[in-house]
Write a protein that binds this ligand. Sequence first.
Ligand code: FAD
Length: 414
Amino acid sequence: MSDQHLGQIIRGDIVVIGGGTAGIAIVASLLKRAPNLKITVIEPSAQHYYQPAWTLVGGGTHEVKTTVRPMSDVMPRQAKWLQATVTQVAPERRLLTLDNGCNVTYQNLIVCPGLRLAWEKIEGLKATLGKHGVTSNYSYEHAAYTWQLVKDMRSGRAIFTQPANPFKCAGAPQKALYLSCDHWLRQGVLKNVGVEFNLPGAALFGVTDFVPPLMKYIEKYRAQLAFNSNLVKVNGLSQTAWFKVKDAAGGVTLQAKKFDFLHVVPPQVPPDFIRQSSLANAEGWCEVDAHSLQHVRYLDVFALGDVCSTGNAKTAAAVRKQVVVVAENLLALRKQQSFPLKYDGYGACPLTVERGKVILAEFGYAGKLLPTFPLAPTTARRLAWYLKAYFLPWFYWNGMLKGREWLTRTSKVD
Ligand code: FAD
């Protein structure tokens, strides 16, 4: 902590916690509507990442450096950026504490610090990630290592894991599997690779309509599904992973599995400073109304993105729609008007089932299918690959982060 800031109070009007996907997009959208708004963004990172492309980096079609830009390039000019970390929120006093010793007050707070990847919850993982065949597309530092391992693999055992819900991008653990298998199939080595997908639940995908087309790819790649199997420990040197496996009677046993390649998706938890605050629900997520995205107890607070308690798929696609709802509803609140928009739980998961084809899973609350285009939503398509691999990354940097609200049809309050 730097002494020069100790006790300093910064008086903000609209204050945004986090300059990730949700933070930059909501600031840009608000300023598009009302350029004179006084907005302060608190964000510690000097870099801004486009995380959805990390799957493509691990699949060998994109360079990792295309997924990152300096934060100063994406931060809207009219906003004031405080490069610091929020350590405490006291919504009853409209007060934030930062790691540099400053305090920040606000009239309205927008909470979007994302979630925390809890690598430490898997014993031994931090020490071995990036070595000995252990990798993860969930990390900027390691997504390229996935592709290196995939390219080098000729035979052996490849294990893919998925953590317990909730985690961001529900399809990303299996996207890694499909793109790896597709490469091994094209190289003629898949017959020598034993592929296994370990999931803590009992279903391949949470929205049942998408399970049959995904099962066809699981069969095509001859992957074994290990349901009710949760990764708890890794030893890279001996290339062994341990799983807690639940049987039909509910009994749990610890099973050791040898691997040559291990793709891990870590458990995901709310940020500590949210979990420890009165903004949190019982599980630690920021407790907002599922449709208005306003906090249920602190009415001057909104949240969007991965930190929310809402039951949507935690995706950038969800953020794209949430941004419009929060921008409109917040401005209405400040004019003491009723909320004009409600969020329907839209999220999207472009499932890269092979290089060049995607099943574009788009769905809202309770798994309701919400396709953007008038095409059968469960079919793997080349068009959807171009959307995922080329259009969406371009649109992210040039549209979504600049307040251009394309593809954001939202529901009006009845
Ligand atoms: P983030 O973008 O993670 O940003 C959070 C920001 O808050 C960060 O900049 C962080 O530094 C900052 N922050 C954290 N703590 C604090 C603090 N205490 N104080 C101040 N600032 C703080 N989505 C899709 O739509 N489609 C996909 O295909 C897709 N695939 C994915 C694949 C992978 C491998 C991954 C990892 C994600 C994928 N996603 C996908 C999910 C998508 O990237 C996230 O849902 C989205 O980035 C969430 O935005 P956010 O702003 O809530 O969080």
